[in-house]
Ligand binder design. Structure first.
Ligand code: CUK
Ligand code: CUA
Length: 630
């Protein structure tokens, strides 16, 4: 990962025009109307440069809306972020596996219920946000995200943009690659268990005999968010994607040796892509041909080499990304340690599963693109865009020409290589994982920003670069600093997403809290009431800008207090908050929502609570007292 000697393309361009400008101003003579002249000239220079940037405009003027929603993984921050594309403005953060101070995610009772058995975990590592689809097109319903750190999968409801389901996947460690079934609809979310472990992993089975370690492919029901079944494989899995026929899933495997040290993991020359035959897997489950492990009842199919449920296609060692072309013809496995990507013809998989051809016969191209190919994205004109991690470039190449070259024709399949800054991991094109790939924008998620932004200490931002791919040439148009760590993102046309403006009063998100109120004889929409139940106190109050329905309530020292707030405001964007000072209690209460939080009243005397989401000119005055009797 050496520094680039050559200046990046865009920088060269800027420096050149700057040099020309300085030459001109030198001719005009120093000091003569220098200030107004330079301002004007800089402005016209900027305009000229913007005009060079293809037919797409990345400029979104103040007050204008973006054409696309971007859903970004927040990496080891554990969250998901929403960006506007092409402006790259960050619009929202959706806390998922993390604990969030502003919204109270991980603190409120509603969020703890959703986090379920993992509610005590405060961290996560989100990698792959992907939206549910119907007939291979985004349907705007859910975004799914994996947690590599704690082997979880979560679902975000796109009508409210909140996490509504979370699942800890059993029998595996580290859920990594995640995608959705594209056709006929997202019945299943598919994801890879990355780290291999003994089956069972109870500390009684041998931990020294590495040959007993296994990793599993996981198929999760997208509606119930329960594991439908798992498939045991040889090797450990990395990334995955689905076809456009509702038949095959494919995963890359980077450690077919099943080594536990780096040296072991990269010893053999070839690893493989595992293809899963969904109809056969579903039939095997129906026929009861599965086992269970670790004392749970999740059905596990045996898909190791030789199984009729899977096919193993050898590819150069340590492949990483796995991407389906939007025309549904190919799975592309990205080489990582090999400068190549392997193009698998999905049409040939039927023959492979019927043993009519050999696994390598499904490979129709293996173009050499450059050093460290990690992920590939597609436009709607037959081009693929592959990140080259080591070369710090995006390689644009023609899939059909790569196939011709593989068949011995003398063609150059490389269309262009563009410098990015620096070391890109994932990339993604606008709607490029769906039938609606439109070939307008490409995002390169660069792992290092180095000299691209003002230095901010030893820890640096990463760099999400926006690239205009609408013309014949890729043009870099924007540098976007981001915090840890966008592994992956999707770009969804705004017509696909229809978020609510207010909460619906019957939303399941807080239904259990409403049920608790009912049992207490409280109508949360009208009543302000304190209910005592032994040492437990439930405080129900309404909020309407700029006041809480209750300006004081009394409890006893040591009581367990649950505060339930219902926001009666019906005005868009008037969110209230609730913070009990000195108690680590803070939460969001959006318009028409009910939210609750539980804590111990462990400090005697007057304890002020206040609204911490700015809601009114008298927002500072929106507060009240908890009176704690010792
Ligand atoms: S992985 Cu991060 S660069 Cu988790 Cu999709 Cu490839
Ligand atoms: Cu209510 Cu601020």
């Amino acid at each position: 990962m050496s520094d680039r000697k050559k200046l990046p393309e865009q920088k060269q361009l800027k420096d050149e025009s700057r040099r020309k400008f300085f030459a001109k101003s030198a001719l005009l003579g120093a000091g003569v109307v220098a200030a107004p002249m330079s301002a004007t000239m800089f402005a016209s220079m900027a305009k000229a440069q913007a005009a060079e940037a293809g037919s797409n405009s990345a400029t979104v003027h103040p007050g204008e809306l973006d054409e696309y929603y971007g859903f970004w993984s927040g990496g080891h921050s554990g969250e998901v972020r929403i960006l506007g594309i092409p402006s790259m403005r960050e619009l929202m953060r959706i806390p998922v596996f993390n604990t969030d101070s502003a919204t109270g995610w991980g603190l409120t009772n509603e969020s703890k219920r959703i986090k379920g058995d993992s509610a005590h975990l405060q961290c996560g590592d989100s990698h792959h946000p992907h939206m549910s689809m119907t007939d291979g097109r985004y349907d705007g319903k859910y975004v799914f995200i994996n947690d590599k750190a704690n082997s979880r999968v979560a679902r975000i409801r796109c009508d409210v943009m909140k996490t509504d389901k979370m699942l800890t996947v059993p029998n595996v460690q580290a859920i990594h690659g995640l995608r959705v079934q594209k056709v006929p609809y997202t019945k299943y979310v598919i994801c890879n268990g990355e780290f291999e472990i003994p089956m069972n992993n109870d500390g009684k089975a041998s931990m020294d005999d590495i040959s007993t370690y296994r990793s599993l492919f996981n198929v999760i029901n997208a509606e119930t968010m329960e594991v439908a079944f798992q498939v045991m494989v040889d090797g450990n899995l990395d990334n995955t994607d689905a076809d456009f026929d509702g038949k095959y899933f494919a995963s890359t495997c980077y450690n077919s040796e099943m080594g536990v040290t780096l040296g072991d993991m990269i010893s053999s020359e070839r690893d493989h892509v595992v293809v899963f035959n969904l109809p056969r897997c579903e039939a095997a489950i129906k026929a009861g041909k599965f086992k269970t492990y670790n004392g749970n009842n999740v059905p596990v199919l045996d898909g190791r080499k030789g199984s009729a449920l899977t096919a193993y296609i050898p590819v150069p060692k340590s492949p990483h990304g796995l991407n389906t072309s939007p025309n549904g013809d190919y799975f592309v496995a990205n080489g990582k340690l090999s400068p190549t990507v392997s193009v698998i013809s999905i049409k040939k998989l039927d023959d492979l599963f019927d043993n009519k051809i050999k696994p390598r016969d499904t490979i129709v191209a293996e173009p050499e693109l450059g050093l460290g190919p990690l992920h590939t994205a597609f436009d709607n004109r037959g081009n693929a865009y592959t990140t080259l991690f080591i070369d710090s470039q995006i390689a644009k190449w023609s899939v059909e020409d790569a196939i011709k070259a593989y068949n011995g024709e003398k063609v150059n399949y490389i269309r262009q290589k563009l410098d990015v800054h620096y070391q890109p991991g994932h990339n993604h094109t606008s709607q490029g994982e769906t039938r609606d790939a439109d070939g307008k924008w490409l995002i390169a998620l660069c792992k290092f920003s180095k000299d691209r932004f003002l230095p901010v200490g030893p820890l640096r931002a990463e760099n999400d670069q926006l690239i205009d791919i609408s013309g014949d040439e890729m043009k870099l148009v924007h540098d976007g600093p981001t915090f840890a760590e966008p592994h992956d993102c999707i770009i969804v046309h705004r017509s696909k997403v229809k978020p609510n403006k207010l909460w619906e009063r019957n939303d399941p998100f807080f239904a259990e809290t409403i049920a608790m109120a009912k049992a207490d004889g409280v109508n949360v929409y009208a009543d302000n009431k304190v209910v005592r139940d032994g040492k437990k106190v439930r405080v129900y109050m309404t909020s309407i800008a700029p006041s809480f329905g209750m300006t004081e309530f009394r409890v006893k020292l040591g009581d367990e207090v649950t505060v339930v707030i219902t926001n009666l405001d019906q005005v868009e964007d008037v969110t209230h908050g609730f913070c009990m000072t000195n108690h680590g209690v803070q939460m969001e209460v959006a318009p028409q929502a009910t939210a609750s939080i539980t804590f111990i009243a462990d400090k005697p005397g007057v304890q002020w609570y206040y609204c911490n989401w700015f809601c009114h000119a008298l927002h500072m005055e929106m507060r009240g007292r908890m009176l704690v009797e010792a």
